[in-house]
Design a protein around this ligand. Structure first.
Ligand code: F3S
Length: 754
């Protein structure tokens, strides 16, 4: 399980030289983000300065992490690449496929039964190709990475959008699609557009009810779900030093909710403390030797406006606790103001559940702060009005919290301790308290609250807060409760007030664990047999995509999506997670959550061949059966949310040739490119309104597909009239090669073979 100290020493041994060289070339002091980026160039020493937001750059990440839902497709793809071993240290974490229902023991047992085929597949592929394997129940990928693998100044990628969590330990850690991870596993460079930089200066110190979570809830309110797109958010200032390492992790984790490429913090004493507490003193010792290279230059932080593309300042002394939601994580409301807002908007005031944990907030500090509130409820004889569920982030955290009596406090409040896994955070939650799709409110300390995310119910209003605020609100059972000012009536009819939460940064007796749940791969896995049954419902070996080519004519509009269309709308999670390793089966969820702009319904689009309406996957299959390509049209920030490449592979599999939108979320755009299809944006946004339900689509100059050259598309309407529009794209030549080959993987395979 152990992190690879030799690898880290190697990274550090070249870091100073590369950073100094970059400084010379760029001609000015550097941010931490730039230091990490320039010291991880694929080419080694920097030779040129890159333009932020413009230049595509090849990088050499130090690590890869995959979770079970995305690892299936990533590893199915890697198996196609013809390599004996992964080229970069890689781990697989079984955390998404475990449904929360009765509690940890029963739920884990059920998951091991229902998903054994998938877990066995992941275990055997990991063993064969030299990948570290974390068993079901071992923990949530990002918590396990923070505890075991993250290191200051490192660069990692992960097939999950919250990979960014490792920024809490000073990394540049980026969520990617499985196809990107496969490139790096296969020993190739990883390409990224050199990000812009947003600086967040933190002053003061957290106090009272305010927590690290409130920093990012506030930042999300300022920047919105799109504000961080294409940028690294770098936190600095005296306030940053006053935060714990795991608090920094929480802030970086939810950077995914503002669309940021990643977020990071400079190496400081809190990180050193965390490294030593998690048995990694040797990394701390090495990091201390090059401390100034593991943080931004003083001049940058004294004059941030001159070095960042945007600067935000937050005073932790005056920051108020927030709850964000419902349905979007950037709708930030200070706790005391939420009651009025809820009444105004008709959000249910009664809170049914409080959920604590997830990869965002299950540190020792988080659990102790939330437990300090829960304990008061027990001590002051307040019966919790809502149900409680706890998802510890890892077995190490769970074991330590149990040893230290923290879990007992929650159990005394009748909380259900779920498996160390994602559970309700990804729709893996069998809620027994609702009969149908009743309107209801829940509060949780997770990161995302899109419609249906937690329980599949579109009428569940989910609000995101810190664990201690979730505990207080859940105990009160009311969304309008403000624990800083309001009182509660206990079982003896007395009026009682909750005191401020108190937390402990790191366990005074140290972390402990009996079985962390890690399986080391064999040194030589060449003899390991990986079998996939041809009749399996869960797994399907891949066949290469056939190139779409440069003659798309007579294509049909499949759907014009209206409004928000996240990867959850394109490829829903929840019950569909079981098909993440079977492309044909999971394609039956393609775009079923997207709203059809013409009738405002979901999964109800016109089949132009029959004139009848049907589900999106069915209509797509009907076009495919006739050899007709289809086109998807979308609004702004299309594909925001997760890094799942299924959201690109499914349309590719069902014959969608192009996705044309007002704007893309970065990871999804790249995923479309990797799968060898067209991801395009309207040159003129208002052209979205020209697209009609019965349109037939012709690409007029795809045979001249080239970097920086817009494409021309003709939309032939039902009455025979036409609109010809321009579509922009961001394909560079290498990405056009992917398109021409049918997919990036096809190209890797061909290069391997030659
Ligand atoms: Fe899992 Fe939710 Fe984190 S799905 S990885 S706990 S964002």
């Amino acid at each position: 399980m152990a992190f690879d100290i030799e690898m880290i020493k190697k990274v550090y041994s070249t870091m100073a030289e590369r950073v100094d060289k970059a400084k010379e070339i760029v001609g000015k002091p550097l941010t931490l983000s730039e230091k990490i980026l320039y010291s991880h160039l694929w080419e080694g020493n920097p030779t040129k300065a890159f333009q932020r937001g413009k230049d595509y750059v090849d990088f050499a990440p130090d690590r890869i992490a995959c979770q079970d839902a995305t690892a299936q497709m990533a590893l199915l793809q890697f198996m196609q690449a013809g390599k004996p071993k992964v080229a970069v240290p890689t781990t697989v974490h079984c955390d998404h496929l475990i449904q929360a229902k009765q509690g940890a023991a029963a739920d884990l047992k059920r998951a091991n039964e229902t998903s054994s085929e998938v877990f066995d597949f992941l275990a055997s592929v990991s063993n064969k190709y030299g990948i570290g394997f974390w068993k079901p129940g071992a923990g949530i990928i990002h918590q396990v990475v923070l505890e075991n693998y993250a290191f200051p100044g490192g660069m990692m990628i992960g097939t999950d959008s919250h990979t960014v969590n490792a920024g809490g330990l000073g990394m540049v850690a980026i969520g990617v699609g499985g196809a990107d991870a496969v490139d790096v596993m296969a020993g190739m460079a990883w390409e990224l557009k050199f990000p812009k930089l947003i600086g967040v200066k933190l002053t003061g110190s957290l106090n009272g009810w305010t927590s690290a979570k409130d920093v990012i809830l506030k930042v999300a309110g300022i920047l919105t779900v799109k504000g961080g797109t294409g940028a690294i958010v770098e936190y600095f200032g005296p306030g940053a030093k006053n935060l714990s390492c795991t608090g920094k992790g929480t802030i970086c984790n939810m950077g995914a909710e503002i669309g940021a490429t990643t977020s990071t913090f400079g190496y400081d004493d809190s990180m050193e403390r965390y490294l030593r507490a998690t048995d990694r003193s040797d990394i701390a010792d090495e990091a201390n030797k090059i401390r100034e290279y593991l943080t931004g230059d003083d001049e940058v932080y004294s004059n941030p406006e001159s070095y960042f593309d945007q600067v935000i300042e937050i005073d932790l002394d005056t920051l108020r606790p927030h709850l964000n939601g419902p349905f979007t994580p950037d709708l930030a409301t200070p706790v005391g103001e939420l009651g009025a807002k809820a009444k105004e908007n008709g959000w249910p005031i009664k809170v049914d559940w409080g959920l604590i944990g997830s990869c965002t907030n299950s540190s020792y500090e988080d659990l102790t702060r939330a437990a300090s509130i829960a304990k008061q409820a027990v001590d002051k004889k307040i019966k919790s009005k809502s149900d409680f569920g706890i998802n510890p982030g890892s077995e190490q955290i769970r074991f330590t919290a149990e040893r230290d009596g923290i879990l007992k406090i929650f159990e005394d409040l009748d909380a259900t301790i779920f498996t160390n896994a994602c559970g309700p955070c990804i729709g893996q939650w069998d809620r027994s308290d609702l009969k149908g799709d009743e309107k209801n409110t829940i509060v949780h300390s997770f990161n995302r609250n899109f419609s249906k995310r937690a329980d599949g119910n579109p009428n569940t209003h989910a609000f995101v807060g810190s664990p201690e605020m979730v505990a207080a609100i859940a105990i009160s059972g009311r969304l309008d409760f403000d624990p800083m000012n309001d009182t509660l009536i206990n079982e003896e009819g007395q009026e009682v007030k909750l005191d401020e939460p108190k937390g402990i940064e790191l366990p005074p007796m140290g972390f402990a664990v009996e079985d962390a749940g890690y399986v080391e791969p064999m040194a030589d896995g060449s003899g390991v047999n990986v079998s996939v049954s041809p009749t399996s419902e869960r797994l399907q070996l891949l066949t290469p995509f056939i190139p779409i080519g440069n003659n798309i004519k007579g294509a049909k509009l499949l759907i014009k999506a209206f409004g928000k269309c996240t990867t959850d709308h394109i490829s829903m999670a929840g019950p569909w997670l079981r098909f993440r390793g079977h492309l044909d089966n999971i394609s039956n969820n393609m775009l079923i959550g997207a709203i059809n702009a013409y009738n405002k319904k979901t999964n109800f689009v016109k089949n132009q061949l029959t004139g009848e309406y049907g589900g999106v996957p069915d209509v797509a299959r009907a076009y495919k059966a006739e050899g007709i390509y289809s086109i998807v049209v979308g609004d702004h920030n299309y594909g925001e949310g997760s890094s799942r490449e299924h959201a690109a592979m499914e349309p590719r599999h069902l014959g969608v040739a192009a996705v044309l939108v007002k704007s893309f979320a970065r990871i999804h755009e790249t995923n479309l490119k990797k799968q060898g299809m067209l991801g395009l944006t309207f040159a003129n946004e208002s052209d979205y309104d020209l697209i009609q339900e019965d349109d037939t689509i012709n690409f007029l100059d795809l045979n001249e597909f080239a970097p920086d050259k817009p494409l021309t598309i003709e939309f032939v309407h039902k009455d025979g009239s036409k609109d010809i529009i321009k579509a922009n794209h961001t394909y560079n030549q290498a990405q056009i090669d992917w398109y021409n080959e049918g997919s990036a993987l096809n190209l890797i395979k061909r290069q391997n073979a030659s």
